[in-house]
Design a binder for this molecule. Structure first.
Ligand code: HEM
Length: 438
């Protein structure tokens, strides 16, 4: 198993999952023997029902290398995590996020305007880069109060890209001590410095004016711990860096897969274009359009099934437990993976095929809640789920009311496992005006 893991880790993991048929199995990776949790019932047990017994261990699989960037905070566990969660959660309720839609729609429209120029000249664009620009413009405006300029934000996204890859050796060899130099360490340090060079001065400068803002950084400065203290600069920095990554990397990556799939499935593309044209007309996209775009949402759900960027959700058992007759000992590592479960033949028909019709309301009702869990579940469930759907619908609807596209190279890129799941190759395309493309 180890050689195929190194050659094409994503495919190898999916193959391992399929071989288990949903049974809870123990993987044999030398001295390291994590349990692979694939059955939706077992995933529910670990992430939600017995969440008290399965902690997100900051010194364990996956998180230890990643934590060198984020430190303690919202992506950790225990008291500091729970304090961060309490502070940040109110910013992402349905009501608060809906109040951001108009500002987000406007920022997205302005950022999409900049595609007119390459489209008029038939120039090829790297859609990953363009989406980075669009997402940064929207998110910096509505969540970071325009404290971070778009070019600075793009520098941070680039540094995150470097980090996502630089941590791979340490994810693959999880128990190498941090004192042992590994490939990737140097680019990691350089990229982390870039993140801090951009974000730390902004975090510091925001302290004095924190009372005035409702952006992420001001909210963190305004927060008080249970004993009435302001957070330390380090903790505000940690949660700012974590929230920056969570709000950018995710949406950008998921949407990049859309274009090759639409190219392969003109029938899906037509339905999507039709829905958007009927609801939005010539635009601009407005808040009231969003809950009238059910097919757009189905397309997003299918992208999240095939490309759940949070591809690994590890936990550590606090005390002994038994799952479906399998004894689990205290200290064991449990690995749940949306990427594996969501592509297993035991739970999905034709699992590798892109087919948004899997997400009609009837078919969703017929499935286990944890057959599709791109946002995790239980107490650590993603804070940004609602935001993701609204933002992604706005971006798709805005782009597709204005443009049609042609891929430079057809074919769906392979999967690359990094700290997040990404396409192996860039997606390049040319855009043409949608006017007259009936
Ligand atoms: C495609 C979009 C996204 C996906 C697939 C995704 C996925 C996930 C997953 C799987 C987790 C659970 C981690 C665990 O249980 O250990 C998570 C947690 C989290 N996500 Fe997302 N995420 C996305 C977008 C966002 C956005 C836009 C935000 C912005 C607010 C966000 C903020 C967070 C935060 C703060 C956590 C940690 C929650 C906690 O542990 O209390 N995510 N995300």
């Amino acid at each position: 198993m180890v050689p195929s893991l190194l050659r094409d880790p994503a495919r190898a993991l999916i193959a391992v999952g399929n071989r288990t048929g949903g049974e809870l199995v123990r993987l044999n990776l030398g001295s390291f023997r994590p349990y692979l949790v694939t059955h939706p019932r077992h995933v529910q047990h670990v992430l939600r029902e017995r969440a008290d017994n399965y902690e997100r261990a900051g010194d364990g699989l996956f998180w230890r290398p990643v934590k060198r960037l984020f430190g303690e905070g919202i992506l950790g566990e225990g008291q500091i995590w729970s304090a961060s969660r309490k502070m940040l959660q109110p910013m992402f309720t349905a009501k608060r996020v809906e109040a951001l839609v108009d500002g987000m729609a406007e920022a997205i429209r302005q950022a999409v305007d900049e595609l007119d120029e390459p489209s008029r000249h038939g120039r090829t664009v790297d859609i990953g880069v363009e989406q980075t620009r669009i997402v940064c413009r929207a998110i910096m405006k509505v969540l970071f109060g325009d404290k971070i300029s778009v070019p600075d934000a793009m520098r941070v996204v680039d540094a995150q890209d470097v980090i996502a890859t630089a941590v791979i050796p340490r994810i693959v060899v999880p128990f190498a001590p941090l004192s042992l130099p590994m490939p990737g360490d140097r680019p990691f340090r350089r990229a982390k410095k870039t993140v801090d060079d951009v974000l730390l001065p902004i975090v510091r400068a925001s302290k004095a004016t924190a009372d005035e803002g409702d952006d992420v950084i001001s909210t963190l400065w305004q927060a008080r711990t249970e004993d009435g203290r302001q957070l330390s600069e380090q903790q505000v920095r940690n949660d700012t860096v974590a929230m920056f990554a969570a709000t950018t990397e995710t949406t950008i990556n998921v949407l990049t897969w859309l274009w090759p799939h639409l190219d392969e499935r003109p029938d899906v593309a037509e339905r999507l274009y039709d829905e958007i044209a009927q609801v939005v007309g010539d635009g601009p996209v407005r808040r009231e359009h969003l809950n009238r775009l059910p097919y757009t949402r189905m397309v997003l759900d299918e992208l999240l099934r095939l490309y759940p960027i949070g591809w690994i959700i590890p936990r550590r058992a606090v005390a002994d437990d038994v799952i479906d007759g399998v004894p689990i000992e205290a200290g064991a590592t449990m690995v749940a993976s949306p990427l594996i479960t969501q592509r297993m033949a035991a739970f999905w028909d034709r699992p590798d095929e892109f087919d948004p019709d899997r997400f009609t309301p009837e078919r969703i009702r017929g499935r286990h809640r944890y057959a599709h869990f791109p946002f995790g579940g239980g107490p650590h469930q993603c804070l940004g789920m609602y935001l993701f759907y609204l933002e992604a619908q706005l971006i798709l609807a805005t782009m597709l009311t204005r443009y049609r596209f042609r891929l430079r190279r057809s074919g769906v890129p392979g999967l690359r496992l990094a700290a997040a799941l990404r396409p192996r190759t860039r997606v390049e395309l040319t855009l043409t005006s949608a006017a007259g493309a009936a």
